[in-house]
Design a protein around this ligand. Structure first.
Ligand SMILES: NC(=O)C1=CN([C@@H]2O[C@H](COP(=O)(O)OP(=O)(O)OC[C@H]3O[C@@H](n4cnc5c(N)ncnc54)[C@H](OP(=O)(O)O)[C@@H]3O)[C@@H](O)[C@H]2O)C=CC1
Ligand SMILES: CC(=O)N[C@@H](CCC(=O)OP(=O)(O)O)C(=O)O
Length: 347
């Protein structure tokens, strides 16, 4: 008997996460890519825009307006925040499951969204409907959901780095500092002054200091996991590499621990989570590049009585496209790991 193939569409397939979604979904055993869209490149073959797919995905890019009547099982929105919400508003009643890669439905309320994104929300009902798509933490909720807000890339690495400790109520809620670095693809496909070669090559700098929108996303998820409100100091940095995020998180625990206890806590927490690897040495972005893995090294710094937890992910995959596929697998009730077994690409 042939396996059932679910029909999916990728909206925004000309961008970085959209093309990564196409790469993963084209190899997924249960999926047929019915439509891929782009407004600025409609009519071109996908492989003309992304030449690495020549002979593999030569499907034409269409305008999203053309596929409004299409029957789809899953709709992936790989669009900028502030744009996705219009699509969710238009599509949510059509019966497709929606996975939104933007930040439009990740926060707790339209008011919090407006405060951090400086934009009024056009589909406020969506906040009630949406589940936060961190599969390692909320799989049961995701399975029941028709709208999943795929987490941000920095939040994924940051949240997973300290989740075992927050879940055990072991962290002093106002003690967390997260220092995170991202490769340039995190900024999307459009070039800007900040991503200009000569401004990033052999350079390294912090940005969004004290005000980056991922701060609230991380704080809200830690608050969900623990007792009480969590405050986080989060500072992102731009790394002169294509892809990868390394987040180093520092936190004060409520009571002293040991390296053995800390490692065991992380190993137990992630025991049945196939894509989190707990390490006994610092991870690197090349250890996870091109894969759905999140590698974490939890370290007990007995001299300062603080935890240092270092997490590495590929921003385009575990931080976006493969996380969206993981969420899709859960929502469709298919094998959790289907289509996600890419081995990290080194050197
Ligand atoms: N890059 C990353 O590492 C991560 C990104 N994200 C989030 O995922 C989403 C996509 O990111 P990314 O792929 O990097 O972004 P890109 O900028 O690379 O691509 C976004 C795509 O959206 C399309 N688009 C833009 N404006 C509109 C519009 N008004 N209507 C329809 N389509 C539009 C564009 O296609 P066209 O103009 O051809 O239609 C473009 O290809 C964003 O919300 C981002 O914040 C989340 C985690 C990580
Ligand atoms: C390097 C870089 O510029 N990164 C982006 C984050 C990309 C991203 O993931 O944005 P969302 O999670 O909010 O969708 C930034 O800091 O704005």
């Amino acid at each position: 008997m042939t396996k059932q193939k679910y029909k999916v569409a990728i909206i925004g397939a000309s961008g970085f996460t959209g093309s990564e979604l196409a790469r993963l979904l084209s190899q997924h055993p249960n999926i047929e890519i019915s439509h891929i869209t782009s407004e600025s490149h409609a009519g071109k073959a996908f492989s003309e825009l992304h030449p690495q797919f020549l002979g593999m995905i030569d499907q034409k890019l269409e305008s999203a307006a053309v596929i409004e009547e299409a029957e789809l099982d899953v709709l992936f929105l790989a669009l900028p925040h502030g744009v996705s919400m219009d699509f969710v508003k238009k599509w949510h009643h059509k019966g497709s499951k929606i996975i939104d890669l933007s930040g439009d439905f990740r926060l707790s309320s339209p008011e919090v969204y407006q405060e951090w994104y400086n934009k009024e929300h056009v589909f406020t009902e969506g906040f009630e409907k949406a589940s936060y798509g961190q599969p390692e933490l909320f799989a049961e909720k995701i399975k029941q959901s028709n709208l999943v807000a795929n987490p941000g890339c920095y939040p994924t690495a940051s949240i997973l780095s300290l989740a075992p400790l927050f879940a055990e109520n072991m962290i002093q809620n106002h003690s967390v500092v997260i220092d995170a670095k991202s490769g340039l693809t995190g900024a999307g496909v459009k070039a800007s002054e900040n991503t200009h070669f000569s401004n990033v090559n052999e350079n390294f700098k912090a940005y969004g200091v004290g005000e980056h929108r991922h701060t609230i996303e991380i704080e809200e998820q830690f608050s969900c996991l623990s007792d009480g409100e969590v405050r986080v100091q989060f500072t992102p940095h731009l790394l002169p590499v294509d892809r990868g995020i390394l987040a180093t998180s520092y936190a004060k625990t409520k009571k002293l621990t040991t390296q053995e206890e800390l490692t065991k806590l992380y190993e137990d927490f992630y025991q049945d989570k196939p894509f989190v690897r707990v390490k006994t040495s610092p991870p690197s972005i090349k250890d996870v590049r091109g894969s759905h893995y999140c590698d974490i090294f939890p370290f007990w710094d007995k001299r300062t009585e603080r935890v240092i937890a270092i997490a590495a992910i590929d921003n385009l995959l575990k931080g976006a496209a493969s996380q969206a596929v993981h969420n899709m697998n859960l929502m469709l009730g298919i094998e959790e790991t289907a289509g996600l077994n890419q081995i990290p690409l080194r050197p």
